[in-house]
Design a protein around this ligand. Structure first.
Ligand code: C2E
Ligand code: MG
Ligand code: MG
Length: 705
C-alpha cells in the first residue's frame, strides 16, 4: 500500500487521470486550494507509466478514457504493485457501474454533474481519511499477527503455554503450546474440565494446588504454584503456573488467566546437579558436603531438644592392600558392599556418608546413651568383618571406628568429625577391628603429637637438639670410665623436652634415622674432643633405637661417623634394648656382629624388663648388660628386685659379659651392687646428666659423691 505522507511539510499528492484537460485543470485548482498537490494525465497509458515511478496518495480516475476503461486501468495499476486508493469519475449516471467499481475497491464514485465541483474536495478528503484509517488498521493487524507468531514461538521455546478459566461458566481455554506440553494433538481432548485437570495432578500436590487457587479466587491475589502432573502418555511433568484473577461487575472473581511453564527438564537437571554436588558417585551415599549440612541440622535440633548427636568415623583396616593386590575395581566393589552393610546398621533418620577413600561417617540422631552407640559400633564391626566375596576372592576386612558426641566432644560438625577421626586413629593404633571414644585427654595428646611432629622436622636444622652426658663410674675407684650421651630438645615453645616426650614419635615417623645419626656424630665428635683436650680416653655410650636397625647400611653409617670424627671404635658403645634386638633377631645378629668386629662395644639397655631368654642371648655378640633402674630403685628394700639384680649379675658372669647398673641414687644401692660384684654404675648419686663443658670439669676434677 502507498505510503501516506503524514509529515506536514510533505503535501498530499493526487494524480488526476482525465482526458478532458479543462476539466482536469478545474479539479486541480479546487484541490490545490484545499491543500493538495496534483498531477494530471490525459491518457491511461501515460498515467500508468508515471505510476511505475511515482506513488501518489490518491488517484482520481475518469472511467471512460480514450485508451482504456477505468476497470482495465485499475487492473494494470495493481499489476504494477500500486495499491493506491482511487475515486472513479464518470459522466454516465450508471448505478451498476458505480456498485461494480465500489466492489473493485474504489473509495468513492463521482458523477460529473452540476454539483461535482462542490462535492469534489469533501469526497477526496474523506477518501484520503478512510485510506489512512484502513492503512492504520492493516498495520495494527499485521503487528498483532507478528506478535502472536512471536508469542507462539516464544512459548514453544520456553515450553510455556497460556490458559484461561472462566469461573462463571466453567470454560477452560488452553493455548496450542499447552496442548503440546501435555502431549496432546490439536483437538484432543475436546473439552477441558476442572475435574479432568485435577485428576492429572499428583495426589501429593493436589491439596496445596487447590488451596492456592481457591485462596486466590477469594482474595483476588495472583498466584504462583509448582506442582507435578501427568502428561498424556502418563509421564510426570513438573510445571509452574502463574495466574491472575479478574473480578466481575459484582466484585467477585470471574476469570483466571495465566501461564504454565514446563520446568520438568530444569528440575531434573537441578536434581542431577544436586545429586552430583551432594552424593558420592561410587556408593550413592551422601558426600562430605551433604554430611556437613546434615550434621549442622542434627546439631541444631539436638541443641533445641537437649540430646546428643553421635558421630562415628569409620576407616577400613588395610584397605590399601586390597586395592594394591586385587586392583581398583575390586576395591570399588568392596567399598560398595561395605556401604550396603553399613546402611543396614543405621536408621532412616541417621546419616551414613562416604568422605572418600575407605572413610565413612555415621551420624546417629537421638541415641541417648553411649551404651546404645556401643551396640551400634559393635554391630557395624561385626557386619563389616563378615567375609566378602569379590571376583572369587574371599576377603576378610575389618574396620576401626572413632566416636565423638555433641555437645561433650565438640560444638560443631568440624570439631566432631576431627575428634571422631582422632579417636579412630587411636582405635587403629590399639588394635584394629575396634572402636574408641574420643576424650579431651586424647585430644591433648594428639594435638601435642601433631605439633611436635611438624616442629621436629625443623628442629635439626635449627640446632634445637643437644646432648647431655652422664658419667659411668667404677665404684671401686670412683673413676669415670664412660659417659652416656642423652638427647635433649630445646623446643622453642615447649621448653626443654626429655627424650620420653619425642623419641617414640621420631621412631614412628622415621625421623629417628637422621636424628640418630646426628646423635652418634655429635657424641663421637665430643668424645674425640675431650681426648684432644688431653683427658684419658673413655667410652661414650650412645642409645640406638630399634628402628635404626631397619635402616639401610647402619654399620656403614657408623663406620663413616668414626672415620669422620677420628674416634677409636673402642671408645664407642651402643646401647640397645632387649626388645629392639629381639624384634628381627636374625638380621640384627648380622649387623651386631659387624659392629662388634669393628671393635665397638654393645650393651643391652634396661636389661630385665624384656623377655630375653638366656639361651637366646648367648647368640648375640654383646659386651655388657645394663641393669634397668627399676630394679635398682628398690634393690635394698624389695627382696624380689634384689634377687633379680643378683641373677642378672650372675648371668652376665656366666656369659662373660660386663654389667653396669643404672639409676643408682643412694649409697646403699651402690654398696649392695658393689657387694654383689657389679662395680660399674650410673646414676644421680654420681651425677645427673650434664652439658659437655660440665662433663669436662668432672673429667678434670673427678667426681664428688
Ligand atoms: P636410658 O638409655 O635408660 O637412659 C637413662 C635414663 O635414666 C636417662 O633419662 C637418665 O637421665 C635417667 N637417669 C640416670 N640416672 C638416674 C637416676 O639415678 N635416677 C633416675 N630416676 N633416672 C636416672 P633420659 O635422659 O630422660 O632418657 C630416657 C630414655 O630416652 C633413655 O633411657 C633412652 O632410652 C632414651 N634416649 C635418650 N637419648 C637417646 C638417643 O640419643 N637415642 C635414642 N634412640 N634414645 C635415647
Ligand atoms: Mg641408655
Ligand atoms: Mg636404661
Amino acid at each position: 500500500m502507498a505510503e501516506l505522507r503524514q509529515n506536514s511539510t510533505v503535501r498530499t499528492q493526487i494524480l488526476i487521470v482525465e482526458d478532458d484537460c479543462g476539466f482536469a485543470e478545474l479539479m486541480a485548482s479546487i484541490l490545490n486550494e484545499g491543500g493538495y498537490d496534483c498531477d494530471s494525465s490525459s491518457s491511461g497509458r501515460d498515467a500508468l507509466v508515471w505510476l511505475s515511478s511515482q506513488c501518489p496518495d490518491l488517484v482520481i480516475l475518469d472511467y471512460s478514457l480514450p485508451d482504456m476503461t477505468g476497470a482495465a486501468f485499475i487492473e494494470q495499476m495493481w499489476e504494477l504493485g500500486c495499491d493506491i486508493p482511487f475515486i472513479i469519475v464518470t459522466g454516465k449516471d450508471d448505478a451498476c457501474l458505480a456498485v461494480e467499481m465500489m466492489k473493485t475497491g474504489a473509495c468513492d464514485y463521482l458523477l460529473k454533474d452540476t454539483s461535482f465541483l462542490d462535492r469534489l474536495l469533501a469526497v477526496v478528503t474523506r477518501a484520503l481519511q478512510e485510506a489512512e484509517t484502513r492503512l492504520r488498521l492493516e498495520r495494527a493487524k499485521q503487528s498483532l499477527r507478528l506478535s502472536e507468531t512471536r508469542l507462539a514461538r516464544a512459548q514453544k521455546i520456553a515450553r510455556m503455554g497460556s490458559w484461561e478459566w472462566d469461573i462463571r461458566v466453567g470454560d477452560i481455554y488452553w493455548s496450542d503450546e499447552l496442548y503440546r506440553i501435555f502431549g496432546f494433538g490439536p483437538g484432543e481432548p475436546d473439552k477441558i474440565s476442572k475435574e479432568w485437570i485435577f485428576s492429572l495432578i499428583n495426589s501429593a500436590d493436589l491439596p496445596a494446588f487447590k488451596k492456592d487457587i481457591f485462596h486466590s479466587v477469594k482474595t483476588l491475589q495472583p498466584f504462583n504454584i509448582i506442582y507435578r502432573t501427568l502428561s498424556r502418555t502418563g509421564g510426570e511433568l513438573v510445571v509452574n503456573i502463574q495466574g491472575e484473577v479478574e473480578r466481575g461487575d459484582n466484585g467477585k472473581a470471574c476469570l483466571i488467566s495465566g501461564t504454565l511453564l514446563d520446568i520438568t527438564a530444569r528440575i531434573r537437571a537441578e536434581s542431577e546437579i544436586q545429586q552430583l554436588i551432594n552424593y558420592d558417585t561410587l556408593t550413592g551415599l551422601p558426600n562430605r558436603s551433604l554430611l556437613h549440612d546434615r550434621l549442622r541440622l542434627a546439631i541444631a535440633q539436638a541443641a533445641l531438644e537437649q540430646h546428643a548427636v553421635w558421630v562415628l568415623c569409620l576407616d577400613l583396616d588395610r584397605f590399601k592392600g586390597v586395592n594394591d593386590t586385587l586392583g581398583h575395581r575390586a576395591g570399588d566393589r568392596l567399598l560398595q558392599e561395605v556401604a550396603k552393610r553399613l546402611a543396614a546398621c543405621v536408621r532412616e533418620s541417621d546419616t551414613l556418608a562416604r568422605l572418600g577413600g575407605d572413610e565413612f561417617v555415621i551420624v546417629l540422631n537421638g541415641v541417648v546413651s553411649d551404651k546404645g552407640v556401643t551396640t551400634v559400633a559393635k554391630k557395624i564391626l561385626g557386619l563389616v568383618a563378615e567375609p566378602i566375596s569379590i571376583d572369587g576372592h574371599e576377603l576378610y576386612i575389618t574396620a576401626s571406628i572413632g566416636i565423638a558426641a555433641f555437645p561433650m566432644d565438640g560444638e560443631d560438625g568440624h570439631a566432631l568429625l576431627k575428634h571422631a577421626d582422632l579417636a579412630m586413629y587411636k582405635a587403629k593404633e590399639q588394635d584394629r577391628n575396634n572402636f574408641h571414644f574420643f576424650s579431651h585427654d586424647l585430644n591433648k595428646k594428639v594435638m601435642e603429637r601433631m605439633m611436635l611432629e611438624t616442629s621436629m622436622r625443623k628442629a635439626l636444622e635449627r640446632n634445637e637438639f643437644f646432648l647431655m652426658y652422664q658419667p659411668q663410674v667404677d665404684a671401686r675407684t670412683g673413676q669415670i670410665i664412660g659417659v652416656e650421651a642423652l638427647l635433649r630438645w630445646n623446643h622453642p615453645d615447649m621448653g626443654l623436652l626429655s627424650p620420653d616426650r619425642f623419641i617414640y614419635l621420631a621412631e614412628e615417623t622415621g625421623f629417628i634415622v637422621p636424628l640418630g645419626e646426628w646423635v652418634l656424630l655429635t657424641a663421637c665428635r665430643q668424645n674425640k674432643e675431650w681426648q684432644s683436650q688431653g683427658f684419658p680416653p673413655i667410652r661414650v655410650s650412645v642409645n640406638l633405637s630399634g628402628k635404626q636397625f631397619g635402616q639401610q647400611r647402619l654399620d656403614e653409617m657408623i663406620s663413616a661417623v668414626l672415620m669422620e670424627t677420628g674416634l677409636d671404635p673402642d671408645c664407642l658403645e651402643l646401647e640397645i634394648t632387649e626388645s629392639a634386638i629381639m624384634k628381627n633377631a636374625e638380621h640384627n645378629i648380622t649387623i651386631l656382629r659387624k659392629l662388634k668386629d669393628m671393635g665397638i662395644a654393645l650393651a643391652i639397655d634396661d636389661f630385665g624388663t624384656g623377655y630375653s631368654s638366656l639361651s637366646y642371648l648367648k647368640h648375640f655378640p654383646l659386651t655388657r648388660l645394663k641393669i634397668d633402674r627399676s630394679f635398682v630403685r628398690d634393690i635394698t628394700v624389695n627382696p624380689d628386685d634384689a634377687a633379680i639384680a643378683e641373677i642378672i649379675i650372675a648371668m652376665a658372669q656366666t656369659l662373660k659379659l660386663s654389667v653396669i647398673a643404672e639409676g643408682v641414687e643412694t649409697r646403699a644401692q651402690m654398696e649392695f651392687l658393689s657387694f654383689h660384684n657389679c662395680v660399674e654404675m650410673q646414676g644421680y648419686l654420681f651425677s645427673r646428666p650434664v652439658p659437655a663443658d660440665k662433663m669436662a670439669n668432672m673429667l678434670r676434677h673427678g667426681l664428688h659423691y
